[in-house]
Design a protein around this ligand. Sequence first.
Ligand code: SME
Length: 160
Amino acid sequence: MAEQLHIAESTDKVERYKTLLPQIESLVHGEKDLTANLANIAAALRQTMNFFWVGFYLVKENQLVLGPFQGPIACTRIDFGRGVCGTSWKEMKVIRVDDVEKFPGHIACSSDSKSEIVLPVIKDGKVIMVLDVDSDRLSDFDDHDEAALRKVVGMVERFA
Ligand code: SME
């Protein structure tokens, strides 16, 4: 695939995801390297959707460790059950937070982050990483974001 992303001109997020998802599929198709694929997915999501921060935390020795991401620098390690990421890992479910200041134990990597969605990537019944997306606007993630990001996570589960 050409290393260029076609980004829909529409401001409608559903349209933008619709154009993006098959391109992510082609980006990772035929590439076996996990870091390369996660890096391109983070870049493609940020470029297309203008998220404040998007990246992966990988489970390593009972902690989440910062992996490929796009955005400002972030905390490198998160304990099981801590913050939104650690909670998504512990509960093995998608967590959407409309206002991060109202989430008990939220880990503030940046005060500019206002809302967040975290999705666990599950392999053989275990969380192996999480996809974390932050927005600098309150309540920025809705069912459309969740559905599209679940599809991205589905792709990661296939190659991870
Ligand atoms: N806010 C996250 C920490 C990671 S940063 O947002 C990149 C959390 O509470 O788990």
